[in-house]
Each structure stands twice: as C-alpha cells, then as structure tokens.
Design a protein around this ligand. Structure first.
Ligand SMILES: C[S@@+](CC[C@H](N)C(=O)[O-])C[C@H]1O[C@@H](n2cnc3c(N)ncnc32)[C@H](O)[C@@H]1O
Length: 338
C-alpha cells in the first residue's frame, strides 16, 4: 500500500480524482484542501504507481508526491526535530545529491513554521548527511505537505513529482511592459512539453490579441502571422517579422505548407475552435507543431477533451494534453501534424 499527495488547479481536483479512479483500481481518496489537494491510497507499490502515471499522465494532476512518512503535528519545535530525524534517516537516498525542500500547507494547518524557517533547519541537516541543499534543478525533492493533523513527507525526483516547483505551481517573473498574462501559458507549455520554440521558422497565432503569445514567438526569433479582429499591443510592431491580420481566422486562406508552428488561444467554444483549426490544416507543413488551449465551458470537461482530441486525431497526433498551472478554465494540447 502506498499513499500520495496529489494536487490539481483549484476547483479541478474532482477531475484529477476521476482520472485516477479510472486508471487505478482500488484507490481511496480524501480531500486535504478543498478542490485542490487530496491524498490517494493505492494497493500498488511506489514503482507501479509511478510507472502508470508516467505512461498515462492524468491531464488534471498537476503534481504528485509519495508519502514516505506521516508525522503528527505537535505545533512546537518537536516538528522540526521530527523532520530533521527523517532527513537523517534518508541519508542513503540523498547523500551526494542536490536536494530541494518544498513545503506547502493546508489553510488552517497548525504547523507553526514558515517555509524559510523549515528550509533553514533542514538545509543544515542535508549538509550534515552529505547532500547539497539547492533551490533550482534538484536531483530530488523533499516534499512536505502540512495538513490539519499531520505532516506528509516524501522524497522523489522532479520527474516523478511531475514538476520541480512546489505543488507544480510554476512561477515566472513579470516583465516590464508585459502585454498579457496569457504569455505565461505559452512559456509554461514550452517548459512542460519540452518544446524549443526557437527551432521553428514561421508561426501562425490564431486569436493573438493583445499579443502575449505572439510576443514570445517573436522573442524566440520566429516570423509570426498574428490573426485577430482585435488590436495587438503597439509595442509588437517594432518587429519586422510580424504580419498582423485583423480578421476572423475562419475568413483566411494561406499557401499550403506555410507554417511549421500553429498556436491558438482563442478562448472559444471547443468544437468551433476545432473546426476552425482543421480548416486551416493545409497551411501547416507535415510534422508541424500545434499548441492549442481548449476552453472547458461545459459541465463535463473530460468528455469535451475526449471529443476534441478525437476530432483532431484525423490530422494530428496528440503528444500531450495537460492542465497547466497558468491555465484557468482550460487545458493545453500539444499536437504534431501527421
Ligand atoms: C484569450 S485572448 C488571446 C490572448 C493571447 N494568446 C495573448 O497572449 O495575448 C483570445 C482572443 O481570440 C480572439 N478570437 C476569438 N475568436 C476568433 C476568431 N474566430 N478569429 C480570430 N481571433 C479570434 C479574440 O478576439 C481574443 O482577442
């Protein structure tokens, strides 16, 4: 039997639970933070669970970490003592490794210490056992979730946890003159899907305004055709590689095979969006990449996603479907044209 702390975007935990229930037999689930964090108990071993998650990653599961140990919260320095003891006992697993400490907490957790205080104490123990405390690019992460009664503690690699950010909450720095928050979605997709945007030549951005995604593609060196009846941010016109078409995307035709990248963040009815993208299919080269957000307007997101993916399946191969941290009522698809 193994236990896992699972995290989804706020309000989407029920869908992550549903995906996990379909995938794993005999699991038990209970909520830790409403709509966001829950604990899953599985009869399978750690390796079997990780293996299944790796081969069939649930769309709404943003982060998962094993519970190697549960420590009752005392609300005093004893908690730091118990965590330190646990780190000392984990010596064999962390010795000579770069280790990050991540702490998250339920809203009314009685655990009395801040992340900084917890980290300061544990970092000293890590050094004592021959590990190197780091903030970024760790080999392994010591994850702690402070619940209402217990600390749930586990060690796993960033790949196993599906993220190297605490709870999968990826943070990007705001830039001066930032055009839209939407840019973070494409930045996150680039990281999450291991896509090297700078390797594309010519991109088509459908539903481009105000222009966060277009801006990122221009920064990565692409030629960009940005389509939107709405206005783009004026700062984008300094790029001679930008073509702006102030039109509805359904009124457009391009030379076949013009683009090797399509991005689409239209925030529109999913099925209308699918039709529109499929109508533009010829404009894409074979092997072209598409990064598309799918708005979850209906009550049954899993069914909507299934329908969208199946429709796209006539033209594209699905590489990954994921609700990213910066997605709100939507998910992001990573597709490659056949
Ligand atoms: C969420 S915004 C896009 C934000 C953009 N990705 C960014 O980074 O700034 C959605 C945009 O899609 C545009 N849109 C919706 N339907 C469209 C269509 N049929 N053709 C072109 N643009 C469309 C809207 O005008 C709106 O500006």
């Amino acid at each position: 039997m193994t236990q896992w702390i699972c995290t989804a975007n706020r309000g989407f935990a029920t869908y992550a639970m549903e995906e996990l229930r379909r995938q794993f037999e005999g699991i038990k689930i209970s909520q830790l933070t409403h709509g966001e964090v829950f604990i899953m108990e599985s009869p399978l071993t750690r390796e079997a669970v990780l293996d299944q998650i790796r081969t069939n990653e649930p769309i709404f599961l943003r982060h998962i970490h094993p519970v190697d140990k549960k420590l009752p919260i005392q609300g005093s320095a004893d908690d730091l003592q118990a965590l330190s003891e646990l780190a000392r006992h984990a010596r064999l697993r962390i010795e000579d490794k770069q280790v990050a400490v991540h702490l998250r907490r339920a809203e009314r957790s009685p655990y009395p210490y801040s992340t900084a205080d917890t980290k300061a104490v544990l970092d000293a123990v890590l050094e004592e056992v021959g590990a190197e405390p780091v903030l970024q690019s760790p080999d392994v992460i010591l994850s702690i979730f402070a619940g209402l009664e217990e600390l749930y503690v586990g060690i796993a690699t960033p790949e196993e946890q599906l993220s190297d950010w605490p709870g999968g909450a990826v943070r990007f720095q705001r830039e001066e003159g930032q055009i839209s928050r939407a840019k973070f979605k494409l930045l996150e997709a680039e990281r999450a899907f291991h896509i090297r945007l700078e390797e594309f030549r010519e991109g088509l951005d459908i539903g481009a305004a105000p222009g966060g995604w277009t801006h990122l593609l221009l920064e990565r060196g692409l030629k960009v055709t940005a389509v939107d009846p709405a206005e783009l941010h004026p700062s984008l016109f300094q790029y001679p590689r930008l073509t702006n078409l102030r039109k509805n995307a359904s009124d457009l035709k391009f030379q076949p095979g013009t683009f090797d990248l399509l991005v689409c963040d239209m925030s529109w009815s999913p099925m209308q969006m699918v039709r529109l993208v499929l109508d533009l299919e010829e404009a894409l080269q074979p092997g072209a990449t598409a990064i598309i957000t799918v708005k979850l307007m209906h009550k049954k997101p899993l069914q909507t996603i299934k329908d969208v993916i199946s429709r796209f399946g006539t033209v594209f191969v699905l590489r990954k479907a994921k609700q990213l941290f910066h997605n709100r009522e939507e998910i992001t698809l990573y597709l490659v044209k056949k």
